[in-house]
Design a protein around this ligand. Structure first.
Ligand SMILES: Nc1ncnc2c1ncn2[C@@H]1O[C@H](COP(=O)(O)OP(=O)(O)OP(=O)(O)O)[C@@H](O)[C@H]1O
Length: 485
């Protein structure tokens, strides 16, 4: 048995220009929790989860050196999106340059999992998203000829259902028929589930026929299926997960099984920001806390008071209520700042022109991001703002000023002085009320809105043409409206 070691010493004083402020005592306490046993940390936006994740990863690695005869422990710091990996990597380099050598790898789940599978000799080709959509469309068209109970559903419905099946590690039809399907208002009945399964079988056949062995939603399953046959030591002593709410349960289960028996998982998440597969909880992912409690953080260090207030109003929408058990009530920060501006423009082109002007006005003094709903919109924004860097660019965190653009998904976990959110007219935001699919859509758009708003430190500009999306809080004292509908 290893001795239990707590680190007890902080990083050296913060140098000028550092992106790693000193932790407060409560954050320090969590970072220094004993290295044995799992930890779950839930916190609202801007409460320092990424900061704690980085410091915990380097601390766990460094502490391992004391136990493993000078060798730092291998630690994986893992999250969902590439852009956040770049940011965490930057912070990790800074943190590790200030203390003894550490062995921390930052990665997306997908990359870490594919690396593991490759090391196990599984070198098959993955199916890219475009090919996957085409094969799913073909499979559903074929199945709908004989089974008509879901023939009115778009390809997207099947793709999401397949993702859910893979992401939850459902391996057989009988399991699928029995399982409670979270995240869907009305459960699918048995005949409909049988149709989904038939379409999935068809899709898997097409994929196999193309010589493609894996797709994104099945990587977690593939890793879990491999682990029992792997005679080698598990690759990681500890795994720290940031933005864990966006990993699928099967992916987290795979991570839980990838740490050594005397290692640990530390899970950081915020269910109000869950953009993929809503209503999934860490509780169903094999993270056993034993006697440990869930650590909760509510003090927001990022947003000014008016920005945080608007975000809190968005989070009051009933769509956030279903996961109450997992949500932390935010505490309003006391940080000055102007009211968010909501600006109406005549049309799409006028919006883009205004956005470019606003971004240029601030981009040479501070960090500015323009967020888009889709990749296509990112391209259009880049046309009117060619100097904007894409959030996926690797080197972005060496710059403190400048203009970035990307989708809401790629902005997750990041922060900027000014956030600009164009295209919030009702024509650009998909909302529906009534069917469970429509409710799910509304929920996703609201979470996007919440994530976008909470990326802003001091300034927020929202633009729209036509009518403002009804998802926007009705209380107009929360923002300054320029131009009426
Ligand atoms: N104790 C602290 N003192 C000063 N600043 C802090 C402290 N903790 C965090 N911060 C700063 O607050 C900001 C938000 O931190 P961080 O990105 O880690 O939050 P988060 O909880 O991961 O946010 P989100 O979930 O919204 O991405 C960062 O600029 C971070 O440096």
């Amino acid at each position: 048995m290893f001795a239990v070691i707590t680190s007890g010493h902080a990083l050296p004083p913060t140098p000028k220009g550092s992106m790693l402020p000193p932790l407060n005592p409560r954050q320090r306490q969590v970072v220094d929790l004993r290295s044995q046993g799992h930890v779950v940390v839930l916190g609202t936006a801007g409460t320092g989860k990424s900061l704690m994740a980085v410091v915990r990863a380097v601390t766990l690695s460094r502490d391992g050196a004391a136990m493993l005869g000078g060798e730092p422990s291998p630690v994986l710091l893992v999250t969902f999106a590439n852009s956040l990996v770049n940011y965490l990597d930057h912070l990790t380099r800074e943190a590790s340059s200030r203390i003894d050598p550490v062995n921390v790898t930052t990665s997306t789940f997908h990359k870490a999992a594919m690396g593991y599978l490759k090391a196990r000799g599984i070198t098959g080709r993955s199916c890219d998203p475009k090919t996957r959509d085409a094969l799913i469309a073909k499979a559903t068209a074929v199945v709908s000829k004989t089974r008509t109970n879901l023939s009115d559903r778009p390809m997207r419905f099947f793709r999401e259902e397949f993702d859910w099946i893979g992401g939850n590690g459902v391996r057989t039809l009988s399991e699928y028929l029995r399982i409670e399907r979270t995240g869907r208002g009305t459960a699918l009945g048995q005949p409909q589930r049988e149709t989904v399964w038939a379409a999935r079988d068809e899709y898997l056949r097409y994929r196999q026929a193309r010589g493609l062995d894996l797709d994104l939603s099945l990587v977690g399953c593939a890793v879990r299926d491999q682990l029992p046959h792997d005679p080698n030591d598990r690759p990681w002593q500890h795994i720290v997960i940031d933005e864990g709410q966006d990993l699928q349960p099967e992916e987290i289960r795979a991570l839980v099984n990838m740490v050594r028996p005397d290692g640990s998982i530390t899970f950081f998440g915020d269910y109000a920001q869950q953009m993929y597969g809503s209503h999934l909880s860490w509780r169903s992912c094999g993270i056993n806390l034993g006697n440990r409690r869930v650590e909760r953080f509510a003090d927001n260090f990022r947003n000014s008071t008016p920005i945080a207030r608007l975000a809190v109003a968005v989070a009051k929408h009933p769509t956030f209520a279903g996961t109450e058990d997992e949500l932390v009530e935010p505490v309003e920060p006391k940080r000055e700042g102007g009211l968010p501006i909501v600006l109406r423009q005549a049309n799409f082109d006028a919006e883009l022109e205004r956005v470019a002007k606003a971004a240029r006005a601030r981009g040479n003094r501070e960090s500015v991001v323009v967020l888009a709903h889709t990749k296509r919109q990112v391209e259009l924004i880049k046309e009117s703002l060619p100097e904007a860097r894409h959030l996926k660019d690797k080197a972005i965190w060496t710059h403190r000023t400048g203009i970035w653009c990307g989708t809401y998904h790629s902005a997750k976990g990041l922060e900027f002085d000014t956030v600009i959110m164009p295209l919030w007219g009702e024509g650009n935001v998909r909302v529906g009320v009534g069917t469970s699919e429509e409710d799910e859509l509304t929920s996703r758009e609201l979470k996007k809105l919440y994530v976008g708003i909470t990326r802003a430190r001091t300034r927020l500009l929202v633009t729209y043409s036509g009518k403002l999306s009804p998802l926007f809080p009705a209380d107009e004292s929360l923002y300054r409206r320029v131009g009426a509908d």
